[in-house]
Design a protein around this ligand. Structure first.
Ligand SMILES: Cc1cc2nc3c(=O)[nH]c(=O)nc-3n(C[C@H](O)[C@H](O)[C@H](O)COP(=O)(O)O)c2cc1C
Length: 389
């Protein structure tokens, strides 16, 4: 991986190594992909303030989230079917996160199960819950997460119905992967991927099979999700979840000030300002454009985390400058996984770490905890959204 110098290189390598249907499942967004594009465009609108002659020989990248110290101000986001980018993808990513001293969040829709990841890692990870119609299943999976020592619950609330992703339909993305005539050549030219998947523990949704009826025969993901996910989910259910999960709860998928306030009222220990990486409501504003207003409304009552569009250390600095306590990274590490398994994830983490460190130095700050709007040339007003979308 010596020629890999940035996340864009990992993406290019993943594109060569992962079959098209699975690469595009990661790379794409919903509908016209406007929000996907806005996430990146609005981040790069924020210009960093070059400062000189500050002693930056020592830089501290550590911070705390939910009262726990983490070595870097980012967390590996929950990614459904992570283990289809590379065999045992969830285990390898969790191990890379452990080694870097940052949390890993396991998706409900993962390939490796909660138990698989717990068995293969030494430190606790976080579990992300999608609430489906069968509430007994939710109760049961939360008990499994507790038994596996997961130390925080991430409740994702922006996927009650699925935003259509045209590319998945056109590519005929299925779970477990189906080798059709049209993708035989594609898979045949991706031997590393095929080998890793063949040697992986599982080839379908590890958390669901054996616990949920019908999960064995999942084929078209979009259809299955529409049938299982609960469109009736509402704020009252958050109270129910709190009653069955005694630990910390992070509500992920908040993009609106009123929703942020409700989440805090219901006792969220943290929220994630997120539009699901531009994969849900197309036409929604970028998540960075909503961050200042959310931080202004609830930043003193809860921890505000952020995701959407982070591809560089400079992006991390931008989000921290607007008040994010830490960021979740999605595609940035998943490209690494597809490019080279655990080594690729470690590389992605390393790239972001060193880019952040340099960006901090050149904006004249020594510690993540002292990053604020002072590192921006054009900090947007805290009380309003900004950006083009
Ligand atoms: C391929 C893919 C699968 C995802 N699956 C989940 C999931 O299962 N649960 C969830 O809460 N978010 C999921 N997300 C959203 C991410 O957790 C995160 O919010 C998003 O990727 C952040 O944007 P970024 O990829 O630009 O960093 C997924 C994102 C991608 C790209």
């Amino acid at each position: 991986m010596k020629d890999i110098t940035c996340i864009a290189d990992l993406r290019a390598l993943a594109r060569r190594r992962v079959p098209r249907a699975f690469f595009e499942y990661v790379d794409g967004g919903s509908y016209s992909e406007e929000t996907l594009a806005a996430n990146r465009a609005d981040l790069t609108q924020l210009k960093l303030r070059q400062r000189v002659l500050v002693d930056v020989s020592e830089r501290n990248l550590a911070t705390t989230v939910l009262g726990r110290k983490i070595s870097l101000p980012f967390i590996l986001a929950p990614i459904g079917l992570c283990g289809m980018q590379y065999g045992n993808g969830e285990i390898l990513s969790a191990q890379a996160a452990n080694e870097a001293g940052i949390p890993f969040i396991l998706s409900t829709m993962s390939v490796c199960s909660i138990e698989d990841v717990a068995e293969a890692t030494r430190k606790p990870f976080w579990f992300q819950l999608y609430v489906i119609r069968d509430r007994e299943f939710s109760r049961d999976i939360l008990a499994r997460a507790r038994a596996a020592n997961c130390d925080a619950l991430v409740l994702t609330v922006d996927l009650q119905v699925l935003g259509q992703r045209h590319r998945d339909i056109k590519n005929g993305m299925t779970v477990p992967p189906e080798i059709r005539l049209k993708n035989v050549i594609d898979v045949a030219t991706k031997p590393r991927w095929a080998w890793s998947i063949l040697n992986g523990k599982r080839k379908t949704f590890g958390n669901l099979v054996g616990h949920l009826k019908g999960a064995e025969s999942v084929t078209q993901l979009s259809k299955w999700v529409s049938a299982q996910f609960d469109p009736a989910l509402n704020w009252k259910d958050v109270e129910w979840i709190k009653s069955v999960w005694p630990g910390k709860i992070i509500i992920k998928g908040i993009l609106d000030v009123d929703d942020a306030r409700t989440a805090v009222k219901l006792g969220a220990d943290a929220i994630v300002v997120s539009n699901h990486g531009g994969r849900q409501l197309d036409g929604a504003p970028s998540s960075i454009s909503m961050l200042p207003a959310v931080v202004d409304a609830v930043g003193s009552d809860t921890e505000v985390l952020f995701d959407g569009g982070i591809r560089t250390g400079a992006d991390l600095l931008r989000a921290l400058a607007l008040g994010a306590r830490a960021c979740l990274i999605g595609r940035a590490y998943i490209y690494g996984l597809g490019a080279g398994g655990k080594r690729g994830v470690a590389k992605a983490i390393d790239i972001l770490k060193s880019e952040l460190s340099v960006s901090m130095a050149l904006t004249g700050v020594n510690a993540v905890e002292s990053v604020g709007p002072q590192v921006l040339v054009n900090p947007p007003p805290r009380t309003s959204a900004y950006g083009k979308a």
